[in-house]
Design a protein around this ligand. Structure first.
Ligand code: DC
Length: 231
């Protein structure tokens, strides 16, 4: 008999390697990986490029009004082994991870209409199972019945150092201090916003990967997955 294809919900803090972990799990299981943070980033990029964010100030009404014009889809990129995100047919994967987008994504993701639209798309994408979805509210709001929920975290400075390395390797001109401030302020914004704040679902298992390699995290995951599938 074919193995049951479950929903794996991964929530947690910014920059703690959720996507790397989720992508590796999806590849291992032959599941689809969905990076929901990319969707909030894509809306933020669109708002920046279309005048709804000026000098870092988000005009919520304008963002809401433009939601109907934003069509988001993912297309698998075999080279990356993951899906790229497109907005209205344009590939935006490379443009959504700048510090400018990172600095504006928290206020955009706290707008109710934005969450409403993106959560509906996420639920549609995951309805058949066989998905690993990472975000902030997957185990609490998007798929409260997910069979396996993981809550990831890591020390804030460890996370800032990881992201700093990533961005400087791409040639971005940023300081570790800027990144650290962004990580800390996004944690605060994500955990204190009124709608769907980041919190651990009661039935989620915690993975603190501050001092763990990706291989160690995979070994840990295999154990959790086996437990769920045998239950
Ligand atoms: O995972 P990330 O850092 O790329 O996510 C970008 C932002 O989007 C993050 O600051 C919070 C928000 N987000 C959210 O509110 N809900 C999600 N399911 C995923 C991301």
């Amino acid at each position: 008999m074919d193995k049951k294809r479950i929903i794996i919900a991964i929530d947690g803090h910014s920059s703690c390697g959720k996507s790397t972990f989720a992508k590796a799990i999806a590849a291992r299981l032959g599941y689809i990986f969905i990076d929901t943070g990319a969707m909030y980033r894509a809306v933020t990029l669109y708002a920046l490029e279309n005048g709804a964010i000026v000098n870092g100030i988000v005009d919520e009404e304008r963002v809401e009004a433009m939601l109907g014009d934003i069509d988001i889809d993912f297309r698998f990129n075999a080279e990356r082994g993951a899906s790229d995100i497109y907005v209205n047919g344009d590939l935006v994967e490379g443009k959504i991870r700048t510090i400018e987008v990172s600095n504006c994504v928290s206020p955009v993701s706290s707008i109710g209409a934005v969450r409403h639209k993106l959560v509906a798309i996420q639920q549609q994408m995951g309805r058949k199972g066989g998905v690993v979805m990472d975000g902030r509210d997957i185990g609490t709001v998007v798929f409260p019945d997910a069979e396996l929920k993981i809550y990831m975290t890591a020390d804030a400075m460890v996370r800032a150092e990881r992201r700093f390395k990533e961005l400087t390797a791409k040639g971005d001109n940023v300081t570790l201090e800027q990144i650290y401030d962004n990580v800390v302020s996004r944690d605060k914004a994500d955990m204190t916003r009124a709608i769907s704040p980041l919190r651990k679902a009661e039935d989620a298992i915690v993975l603190d990967n501050s001092h763990m390699s990706v291989e160690e995290q995979m070994t840990w995951f295999d154990e959790q997955y086996r437990r769920v599938m045998e239950a």
